[in-house]
Write a protein that binds this ligand. Structure first.
Ligand code: C2E
Ligand code: MG
Ligand code: MG
Length: 265
């Protein structure tokens, strides 16, 4: 117990230092449609320690949340997203960028003002940002959450439910929110097309999203069979190692050129 608490404290302290010394960076992972045309990218945070080792976000994001570092970190991510979009635009390779927003960050009383300030400061268009939130956001203060989402949506921000299907069973919220997209969790994609139940879940989510007029991104596409199954089932956008791993901005721009050239050929 004590060892665990110490480990957590050390991690939080190291993370604070990592922020100061520029050990954190953002990578981009491509999203493509069924014709393999690039349609977007997700920004994913990376922490590379001075010794060259990587700390996975599944480890350091919870530490950022428990220590409160997620607040400055979340703002930094938003600013990075805006700056990356402007750099992509200058390279002629702009696509909408998806940003993971922690529930804690979203619930800050001045979150809308923070977003506004960063958009004004950077000059990036709100319409090019998609905020990925998880179903965990919907557990508390649902009415307030929905009201805040509407405020941001009015500014042009679009919303996506990340890891859809893993968090919260009450689907009534889907009708009340200004949603643009659902991201099918990779645990469901992993089970297609081999597993009957997994396949049925993916097909049900796709059908429901269609009826609700929501775009879908299938996350964690790793095999040609999975991509073929999705192309034969309502053709959601796809993101996964089959197409690209998350990469730094310059590599992403090079990749985009190749994908666009292939799609145009
Ligand atoms: P997420 O938002 O669901 O991101 C998708 C995760 O799936 C990423 O893991 C990505 O690298 C991984 N992935 C993509 N394609 C494949 C695939 O084909 N196979 C497999 N096995 N994995 C794939 P990553 O980068 O380790 O991030 C883990 C989680 O950490 C993210 O899950 C997100 O919840 C959180 N995270 C990452 N960056 C940020 C950030 O900037 N802010 C916040 N609040 N959370 C972040
Ligand atoms: Mg995400
Ligand atoms: Mg996800």
């Amino acid at each position: 117990m004590l060892a665990e608490a110490e480990r957590k404290l050390t991690l939080e302290r190291d993370l604070a230092q990592a922020m100061e010394s520029g050990e954190l960076s953002m990578h981009l992972q491509l999203q493509i449609d069924h014709r393999h045309v690039p349609v977007g990218a997700e920004l994913l945070m990376r922490w590379c320690r001075p010794d060259g080792s990587f700390v996975p976000p599944d480890v350091f994001i919870p530490a950022a949340e428990s220590s409160g570092l997620i607040y400055p970190l979340g703002q930094w991510v938003l600013r990075q997203a805006c700056e990356y979009w402007l750099r992509l635009q200058r390279a002629g390779m702009a696509v909408p960028l998806s940003v993971n927003v922690s529930p804690l960050q979203f619930r800050q009383p001045d979150f809308v003002e923070q977003v506004c300030a960063i958009l004004v400061e950077t000059g990036a268009p709100a319409s090019q940002l998609i905020f990925e939130v998880t179903e965990g956001l919907l557990v508390n203060d649902l009415n307030e959450t929905i009201a805040r989402m509407h405020e941001l949506a009015q500014m042009g921000i679009r919303f996506s439910i990340d890891d859809f299907g893993t968090g919260y069973s009450n689907l009534a919220y889907l009708k009340k929110m200004p949603l643009y997209e659902l991201k099918i969790d990779k645990s469901f994609i992993r089970d297609t097309p081999g597993d009957v139940n997994g396949t049925a879940i993916v097909q049900s989510i796709l059908a429901m999203a269609d009826h609700l007029g929501l775009r879908v991104v299938a996350e964690g596409v790793e095999t040609g069979e999975q991509a073929a199954f999705l192309a034969a089932n309502r053709k959601p956008a796809m993101q996964g190692f089959l197409f690209s791993r998350p990469v730094p901005l310059d590599d992403f721009i090079s990749q985009m050129k190749v994908w666009r050239a292939k799609a145009a050929a």
